[in-house]
Design a protein around this ligand. Structure first.
Ligand code: ZN
Length: 302
């Protein structure tokens, strides 16, 4: 059981909600390079199940430019590129000291938070190619090499590792990165059947992760917020980096007992992911952090 962050505020929340016995937890699943109009045409039963029980927008907006480096930075830190400083996949100018990823921020607030991440695009977790985005403050940070293993196999290994951790450990916040859809999009095209097939595999990974959460022996006493999103879309030929609607439009999916069902009134931004995760875990957002995101999809406290 984690210690409470900002105990006074947390007690107020517990008293107001009346569900203080539930342990708040977050699983963020990041699928690289999903174009939303193609996603809508692909059979994705596991995502559909979450959408049916949650909040979904296929009109969310990512960061500019639509490279993976800046977009994952915005999703995980909660700020736009002019603050985190990353405008390319070389990560030059990164300012993760001031704007850390949300798992690192949790650790900075209270090391009793149990944080987990698994990634297979190396600069997200390793000191290579300008990385890492995620810091070693995270309790368990697993990095597999998609370039060496192939992203399809690396994703499978990542998911196996995440399933084991979700079932056997006690994470409060977890991030699982799936890279192969983007890889296939580059190798073929956005309109190719291979790109759609990779999305179906990613959907199966989502299903395995959600099933692992639900198999937890303590699941009945927990309030899991499941967030699923992507970093950017792509043009028809499979590329990205510009700011066309096909590249900049992403999806935002939130599911769980604390989520309001339906569609958000306004299109979310990619920066809303980290902020929503932090608030679900009881963190009071300090204006001094200068976060750009807002809470999207959580039932407002009475
Ligand atoms: Zn990407």
């Amino acid at each position: 059981m984690k210690r409470l962050v900002l105990a006074a505020a947390a007690s107020a929340v517990l008293a107001a909600c009346g569900d203080g016995s539930l342990d708040k937890k977050v699983l963020l699943i990041g699928l690289d390079g999903i174009r939303v109009d193609v996603l809508a045409e692909v059979p994705t039963p596991h995502l559909d199940s979450l959408i049916g029980a949650g909040l979904f927008s296929d009109a969310a907006q990512t960061a500019d430019p639509t490279w993976s480096g800046p977009c994952w930075s915005s999703m995980l830190t909660g700020v736009w590129p002019e603050k985190h400083g990353v405008y390319s996949n070389r990560f030059e100018g990164k300012n993760y000291t001031t704007y850390p990823d949300f798992l690192t921020r949790l650790e900075q607030l209270d090391t009793a938070f149990n944080t987990f991440a698994v990634v297979d695009w190396l600069p997200l977790g390793w000191e290579v190619s300008g990385g890492p985005l995620l810091s070693d403050a995270i309790d368990r940070l697993l990095v597999f090499s998609g370039d060496q293993l192939g992203y399809a196999d690396a994703d499978s290994v990542s998911v196996l590792a995440a399933v084991e951790y979700l079932e056997t450990a006690d994470p409060d916040a977890a991030f699982v990165y799936i890279g192969n859809v983007d890889e296939v999009g580059h190798a073929t095209s956005t309109l190719a059947p291979e790109y759609r097939a990779a999305m179906e595999v990613a959907d199966a990974h989502v299903g395995a992760l959600v099933a692992a959460v639900r198999r937890r022996p303590t699941y009945a006493n927990e309030d899991w917020l499941i967030l699923v999103s992507t970093d950017h879309g792509r043009t028809d030929d499979g590329g990205h980096g510009g700011y066309s609607p096909q590249e900049a439009t992403i999806f935002y999916l939130a599911a769980g007992p604390s989520v309001v069902r339906g569609a958000p009134a306004e299109p979310p931004g990619v920066v809303d992911v980290a902020v929503t995760a932090l608030v679900h875990l009881g963190v009071e957002i300090d204006p001094a952090w200068q976060l750009d995101g807002k809470v999207v999809g959580l039932a407002s406290k009475p």
